[in-house]
Design a protein around this ligand. Structure first.
Ligand SMILES: Cc1cc2nc3c(=O)[nH]c(=O)nc-3n(C[C@H](O)[C@H](O)[C@H](O)COP(=O)(O)O)c2cc1C
Length: 389
């Protein structure tokens, strides 16, 4: 379908629309990577180095994209990766959940999301709740149980982010609260983006800075800085903590942020059922290789014991197919759907998922594969040194 005001054809176009629509600080917070942005850049660039080995005859007239991940049957091997502190659209994660439900893909909800797990759980049943290690074991467990009661069927524990705050071009400012002083300070860049402002004004809301999923027992939700303070004040988790939370949860449990084979093995020893090879979208230590480069070795080491997912740099369906040819069970997307939401709310997220779905199908067709489950390393060519090992 050709591009129209309400439809874009590529994720690149969604990004372009997001750049034009969002106030600069909000847009920069989405594209940000740590320091020089080497890892954020390599997450994307590494996919360009992987090339195809297409067939030309005997191609499959029908392709099967469906799979199962973290115990959920889904229409394609693409999950919504959890992202916090969005300020992209007033409907926030509820819009993302509705789009994910209508495309039948599973969604990870950040514990730093702007909407409560109850609201999001009401919109989508294939929901995984993502947690950092924030607070005491008792508090962490109570938050996980709150998510379970709201319908979350899996838990994602993210351990890789990210205490590195520096960005060479200067980090986007996040106001501590929305008051008159801050409204005036941000007014010039917001007024340059009237459509974004109008979307919020229409709903009578302002960008949320509270973190509802960290509150318990009817407490007032902390604001971002309060939540961040609690996080930074928490003793860093050990592998015993990972094993403990996994055991308490009992159901599907993903450890997100693994890039090393030895960590992947320890995650398996801790009992996780899935892990995501991830660099937090280039927001952890800059100079870590793009996530896709670390995937093959981790698949070789633990792929027969746990579900190995990857995220970072997925911008088209072909990227998903490349990751699966290298052994990923599925991928997660971050910025791609945030740009879609910025461009056109819930429909923009659906638009992105539909582009990716079509791209997966086309890549399978060209490779002569009838299912995502049939992909092998023989379908792609990796240049020497690709895995940086
Ligand atoms: C704005 C933003 C916020 C994020 N917040 C979280 C978060 O709260 N929890 C988490 O596990 N990962 C978070 N991530 C990382 C994503 O889940 C994912 O790992 C990353 O975006 C994948 O890379 P991609 O954006 O290139 O697809 C965030 C990423 C972005 C861009």
């Amino acid at each position: 379908m050709a591009s129209t005001k309400d439809w874009f054809e590529t994720v690149e176009e969604a990004q372009h629309r997001a750049r034009k629509r969002l106030p600069r600080s909000v847009y920069m917070a989405l594209v940000a990577g740590t320091e020089k942005g080497l890892t954020a850049g390599d997450n994307v660039a590494a996919f360009d180095e992987i090339t195809w080995r297409p067939h030309v005859a005997g191609l499959s007239p029908k392709r099967d994209l469906a799979t199962t991940v973290m115990g959920q049957q889904v229409s394609m091997p693409v999950l919504i990766s959890p992202t916090g502190v969005q300020a992209v659209h007033p409907d926030g994660e509820v819009a993302v959940a509705r789009a994910a439900a209508s495309e039948d893909v599973a969604m990870g909800l950040s514990s730093f999301a702007s909407k409560s797990v109850e609201e999001v759980g009401a919109a989508h049943s294939k929901l995984f709740f993502q947690m950092y290690w924030v607070g005491s074991r008792e508090t962490i467990l109570a938050r996980a149980e709150r998510a379970r009661a709201a319908g979350a069927t899996g838990l994602i524990m993210t351990l890789d982010w990210s205490f590195a705050s520096r960005r060479d071009w200067g980090s986007p400012p996040i106001p501590e609260k929305i008051d008159v002083k801050n409204a005036l300070k941000f007014a010039p860049e917001v007024l340059r983006r009237p459509r974004w402002l109008a979307t919020y004004l229409r709903t009578g809301s302002i960008p949320e800075l509270s973190v509802p999923n960290l509150a318990l027992d009817g407490q007032e939700p902390p604001n971002f800085f309060g939540a961040y303070g609690e996080w930074m004040g928490t003793t860093l988790p050990s592998w015993e903590d990972v094993a403990w939370l996994r055991e308490q949860w009992g159901g599907p449990f993903m450890l997100k942020g693994v890039t090393r084979v030895d960590d992947a093995r320890r995650a398996v020893d801790a009992g996780v059922s899935a892990l995501s090879v991830s660099t937090h979208g280039g927001n952890n230590l800059d100079s870590t290789p793009g996530a896709i480069r670390s995937l093959p070795a981790i698949v070789d080491a633990v792929g027969d014991q746990v579900e190995v997912v990857m995220d970072g740099g997925i911008r088209r369906g072909g990227d998903v197919v490349k990751a699966m040819a290298l052994g990923a069970k599925a991928v997660m997307i971050g910025r791609a759907y945030l740009w879609g939401m910025a461009a056109n709310g819930e429909r923009g997220v659906q638009n992105v998922l539909s582009i990716i779905r079509q791209g997966i199908d086309e890549a399978l067709l060209g490779l002569g594969r009838s299912s995502v489950h049939d992909l092998t390393r023989d379908d792609v060519v990796l240049p020497a040194g690709f895995t940086r090992s």
